[in-house]
Design a protein around this ligand. Structure first.
Ligand code: PGA
Length: 252
């Protein structure tokens, strides 16, 4: 019922020419693998190049962040209208690097989520605990709070497209991954909080991706379990062969 989604977060890597070259190579590798939806998240300056490169229909494009307002005096920011106009269908919201380096909070995540849903952009809301929180047994509390605040005031009837990504901060870019059992447990908890905040039906249909050091070697065991509906991939998504192999491995 929940189609897997595998997403590439390129962060601050790739010029427009490099991004376009990736799409050309990658498209050939995954053109016949339709078991998963695929979304590429280039940096804002490469969006036009990626959108303008011919590719299979199941490869969609999203922004790594956006402001919640349509326009205004916010130097450096990109609005939902701009993402839509350039051809984006998705947007990442609240990635831990945005939280850590750019003052993103659960409250701004909530504003951005409402804005994305209002503009028909498919949001991927990123949440996850820090290592010290996990070691202090606070994981459940942290995740429940992040989900609850993100969903405050969201009308369930508008939330069908919404996606979450569970990315334990200690697993991002570190080579450490959650075990499948640890990830499953977190995903169940997140689904439970979505049910409590919105409705059980929305919780059951919401895709929850795992992120944090996903690679071709661990994709088969981490990407698609009972409550894990795909992956958000950073480092291993920068190379077309490696990212295509993750797509192929996610078939199970
Ligand atoms: P990583 O990044 O795969 O390099 O750990 C994941 C992410 O930041 O989304």
């Amino acid at each position: 019922m929940r189609k897997p989604l595998i997403a590439a977060n390129w962060k601050m890597y790739k010029t427009p020419a490099e991004a376009a070259a990736f799409v050309q190579a990658f498209d050939l590798l995954v053109a016949h693998h339709h078991h998963a939806d695929i979304v590429l998240f280039p940096s804002a300056s490469s969006l036009a190049a990626v959108v303008g490169t011919p590719r299979s229909k199941h490869i969609q494009i999203g922004g790594q962040d956006m402001h919640w307002l349509n326009e205004g005096a916010y130097t450096g920011a990109t609005s939902p209208l701009m993402l839509k106009a350039i051809g984006c269908t998705h947007v990442l919201i609240g990635h831990s690097e945005r939280r850590q380096y750019f003052n993103e909070t659960d409250t701004t995540v909530n504003l951005k989520l409402k804005s994305a849903l209002a503009h028909d952009l498919i949001p991927i809301v990123c949440i996850g605990e820090h290592l010290n929180e996990r070691e202090s047994d606070l994981t459940a509390k942290v995740l429940e709070l992040q989900v609850a605040v993100a969903l405050e005031g969201i009308d369930p009837t508008t939330a069908h497209s919404m996606i979450f990504a569970y990315e334990p901060v200690w697993a991002i870019g570190t080579g450490r991954t959650a075990t499948p059992a640890t990830a499953e447990q977190a995903h169940k908890l997140i689904r439970g909080q979505i049910a409590a905040s919105l409705t059980p039906a929305i919780a059951a249909s919401t895709r929850i991706l795992y992120g944090g050091s996903v690679r071709p070697e661990n994709a088969a065991t981490l990407c698609c379990l009972e409550d894990i509906d795909g992956a958000l991939v950073g480092g291993a998504s920068l190379d077309p062969n490696s990212f295509a192999e993750i797509i192929i491995q996610s078939k199970g």
